[in-house]
Design a protein around this ligand. Structure first.
Ligand code: NAD
Ligand code: ZN
Ligand code: ZN
Length: 389
């Protein structure tokens, strides 16, 4: 089959690779009908996530048709249409039983690698480095889905792929980012990053009853999409973010701040950005946490900082004094996607949200290298790329 493979920093290639096969009794094989490129893939593309190997199949946002099931998968049958959540979770361990699917204790065969960096291991993730399991991803014609009796959600009505594909990751991720803010009526929420994840965080915050949502980015086209979801745009190249947020919140700061940017934050005008770039390039810190620092500094006293932007390792110049002295709560996580599949599918079906509003580019799987380049550099106002094998 054909699959999009990581070939080194800033290089992906669609190559001929062996078809996946059932390895365990709870596996299924899915013929991929739609798959997407995520901001998280850009961290791999840019070479910021350790333990990638040349030839690794990328992709963790995918859906398709079940073509084969292992003997212990009684919930799916051949021909079922499914969306597959990006964290791989067993459904039986302590974490899964508590709904914490993205920290499943049984799905990362390379747990030891992750434990060295993080103390404990999170779950395995499709197409996301050997430290997170070394699982082949879904930017391919076929994918092997472990624990297929737990993860995939069946799509039994005629909703098109584009409306349900993002259940695999970015819609529940934006939702969880807003949920971690404990939104109460009257709350003002600020979201760093007007990428697809930030845009879904904006939409979710409103669905949860936020009064106002401010979205921060520098790309006008992305801020416009966030505006269509109700956000008040704040362009960080045109204003000082901390000053502007104080002005917009009567001097108090947002009730909660969502970091939907992660480890590759951009901010060329500050000395700190140059410092982070050098330290990241020389591997002295793994992240460029500008948005996270700003989210902490901006948040009102006693507020919540919700981190859904991805981080891999160590952060430098972390404003711990601000966090501690001002009674802030810091939350974060890879999304526990399995928890949100049914309720969010219900909202899509009821017309409360149509996630396809984030898509700007549709391409064939063969064009993945062009898709990565466009998405990385935001060429042609690229916001979200969907690939069809
Ligand atoms: P994206 O790259 O499309 O969007 C990121 C946006 O952040 C861009 O528009 C960029 O201009 C903006 N940005 C950069 N620096 C900024 C700054 N200093 N202030 C404000 N905005 C800034 O990515 P995406 O697909 O929207 O994903 C966003 C983040 O969420 C990534 O880090 C991704 O890895 C992460 N993610 C996490 C989960 C999870 O489960 N927690 C799931 C999916 C994605
Ligand atoms: Zn993703
Ligand atoms: Zn588990």
């Amino acid at each position: 089959m054909k699959a999009n493979c990581w070939m080194g920093r800033n290089t992906v290639q669609v190559r001929e690779v062996p078809d996946p096969a059932i390895l365990n009794s709870r596996d299924a094989i899915v013929r991929v009908t739609s798959t997407a490129i995520c901001g998280s893939d850009l961290h791999l593309y840019g070479g910021h996530v350790p333990t990638m190997k040349k030839g690794d199949i990328l992709g963790h946002e995918f859906m398709g048709e079940v073509v084969e099931v292992g003997p212990k998968v009684s919930t799916l049958k051949i021909g079922d249409r499914v969306v597959v959540p990006f964290p791989i979770a067993c459904g039986n361990c302590f974490a899964c039983e508590h709904g914490l699917y993205s920290v499943c204790e049984n799905s990362n065969p390379n747990a030891g690698l992750a434990e060295k960096l993080m103390g404990h291991t999170p779950s395995g993730i499709f197409g996301y480095s050997h430290m997170l399991g070394g699982y082949p991803g879904g930017q391919a014609e076929y994918a092997r889905v472990p624990f297929a009796d737990v993860g995939p959600i069946k799509i039994e009505d005629d909703l098109p792929d584009e409306k349900v594909l993002f259940l695999s990751d970015i819609l529940p991720t934006g939702w969880m980012g807003a949920e971690m803010c404990d939104i109460k009526p009257g709350d003002i929420i600020a979201v760093w990053g007007a990428g697809p994840v930030g845009q879904f965080a904006v939409a979710s915050a409103y669905l949860m009853g936020a009064e106002r949502v401010i979205c921060i980015d520098r790309f006008p086209s992305r801020l416009r999409i966030a505006e269509r979801a109700g956000a008040e745009p704040l362009n960080y190249e045109e204003a000082d973010v901390l000053d502007a947020l104080l002005d917009m919140t009567a001097g108090r700061g947002p009730d909660a701040c969502i970091d939907a940017v992660g480890m590759e934050a951009h901010h060329p005008t500050t000395a700190m950005y140059a410092y982070d770039r050098v330290k990241q390039a020389t591997r002295l810190e793994t992240e460029r946490p500008h948005a996270l620092r700003e989210a902490i500094m901006a948040c009102r006293n006693g507020g919540i900082v919700s981190v859904i932007g991805a981080y891999g390792g160590l952060v430098d110049k972390f404003p711990m004094g601000s966090l501690m002295n001002r009674s802030l709560t810091l939350r974060g996580g890879q999304c526990h996607v399995q928890r949100y599949l049914k309720p969010l599918l219900g909202k899509i079906r009821d017309g409360d949200i149509d996630p396809s509003f984030v898509i700007t580019h549709r391409m064939r799987l063969q064009d993945a290298p062009r898709g990565y380049e466009m998405f990385k550099n935001k060429q042609d106002d690229c916001n979200k790329v969907v690939l069809t094998p």
